[in-house]
Design a protein around this ligand. Structure first.
Ligand code: ATP
Ligand code: MG
Length: 137
């Protein structure tokens, strides 16, 4: 079974939405196999999002990701990467399908409540960015 890296972002942890978001993942058949609450530094957020370094919103994104604790988690299931992105909804909540995390909870295209890996290679890299082998069963 496939695994993907998910992050519940600061706008969502601030509003105490972790449980409601996790319920959407579990209802979709995704299993939360690892999870922890951490506070990123801006430098760590910048390293995680370095593929976006040249984008105009990069600095704002890194500030935001370091602005409050995040919940990082590994989700497992058949087709977990695509399934998670389906449950998340479109990047911009205005475009997100009804019932998705971003439609229900996201505040803006930047403060959009969740992150999910977009491909098998990025999922593997992102899981190992946050979790050691000992933390994964
Ligand atoms: P994520 O990678 O966080 O799962 P995504 O794959 O839907 O989201 P990306 O294009 O990879 O979207 O952008 C990464 C993140 O950068 C977005 O989730 C959002 O927080 C932020 N972002 C993207 N576009 C904008 C924008 N136009 N203005 C502000 N922030 C943005
Ligand atoms: Mg992305």
């Amino acid at each position: 079974t496939e695994r993907t890296l998910s992050i519940i972002k600061p706008d969502a942890t601030r509003r105490n939405l972790t449980g409601k978001i996790n319920a959407k993942f579990e209802d979709a058949g995704l299993r939360i196999v690892a999870q922890k609450r951490i506070q990123l530094t801006k430098a760590q957020a910048g390293e995680f999002y370095k593929v976006h370094a040249e984008r105009p919103f990069y600095d704002e994104l890194c500030e935001f990701m370091a602005s409050a604790p995040v919940v990082v988690q590994v989700l497992e299931g058949e087709g977990a990467i695509a399934k998670n992105r389906e449950v998340m909804g479109a990047t911009n909540p205005a475009d997100a399908a009804e019932g998705t995390v971003r439609a229900d909870f996201a505040e803006s295209v930047g403060e959009n409540s969740v992150h999910g890996s977009d491909a098998p290679d990025t999922a593997a890299d992102e899981i190992s960015f946050f979790f050691s082998g000992l933390e994964l069963v």
